[in-house]
Design a protein around this ligand. Sequence first.
Ligand SMILES: Nc1ncnc2c1ncn2[C@@H]1O[C@H](COP(=O)(O)OP(=O)(O)O)[C@@H](O)[C@H]1O
Ligand SMILES: [Mg+2]
Length: 341
Amino acid sequence: MSESSDLVMPDAADSERAAEAALRPRHLEDFVGQPVVREQLSLVLEAAISRGNVPDHVLLSGPPGLGKTTLSMIIANEVGGSLRLTSGPAIQKPGDLAAVLSSLQEGDILFIDEIHRLARTAEEMLYLAMEDFRVDVMVGKGPGATSIPLPLPPFTVVGATTRAGLLPAPLRDRFGFTGHLEYYDDDELATIVVRNAVKLGADLTQDAANEIASRSRGTPRIANRLLRRVQDWAQVKGNGKLDLSAARAALDVFEVDQRGLDRLDRAVLEAVCVRFGGGPVGLTTLAVSVGEEPETVESVAEPYLVREGFLVRTPRGRAATALTWQHLGMAPPEQSDTLFT
Ligand SMILES: Nc1ncnc2c1ncn2[C@@H]1O[C@H](COP(=O)(O)OP(=O)(O)O)[C@@H](O)[C@H]1O
Ligand SMILES: [Mg+2]
């Protein structure tokens, strides 16, 4: 995948995790935006603290890069519990989960990332652990096997998922609180960028922060990444100051346009409009014509293009909209005007 696509990918690259860790807010009051989730969560946590209980299990859902992992760390921090991290894909069989559960201490926060990918066979064990703070350990094999209940200390599961709809209802029901994270607006992203510039020791102007925010696809992870690239540009090509012209020049170099579209996004839109007359065109044909895997086009470029109204999915394939033609600075052909009316 091209470098510019990586820049607007909502998922974190491995090399990025250290940089991200440094920018994570540590307290709920420093967590920008998401006013609904923040208020609800703060009530849940405060009530638990004042009762001297561990908080109810918390499920966080929403697209990548919006702050689920960050919130789990904040929860642990706010209640003074230690954070234990695991993920759905890491738990392939019940034994893996039993090992994690049996090492928990009272008040621990067990963060299970991508919880919708948990093995089905481990789910039942998790239900029991969440509800009764108990895990049944199987001893022996075959007809002689017996299960021995092992009590667990009170703890809190924080589950994160990008696909809440994939979670089986019984698992969803075990969470006392579900917070759904929404995309951020430009003001919130600009606030995040301004704060993080301070942490990075970067000299950032407000208009540069606004510029970065408006190209970040509603996603703090992308805003932080663009901020670092603007900082790179200012250091190497500019005078060290992260002002509007530095932000624009840097984002041009990295091929992120005014709407946060990158090279791949534009290649997709151009192919639909120029080669296929606005579509509809099948995913595979489209992917071949931009030299990418269908999977990449579908999971990397398409979700944002659809959300922003640059692309529509029809039963016969992907098609451009009036906005697409406008964004590319092209006039739609006569018949594509009538296609959707
Ligand atoms: N509300 C927020 N305020 C400040 N920074 C945020 C916020 N949400 C996310 N971030 C930053 O964005 C990056 C990605 O967040 P993360 O929690 O890893 O997202 P997710 O787990 O949902 O993919 C982190 O560096 C984090 O600090
Ligand atoms: Mg995460």
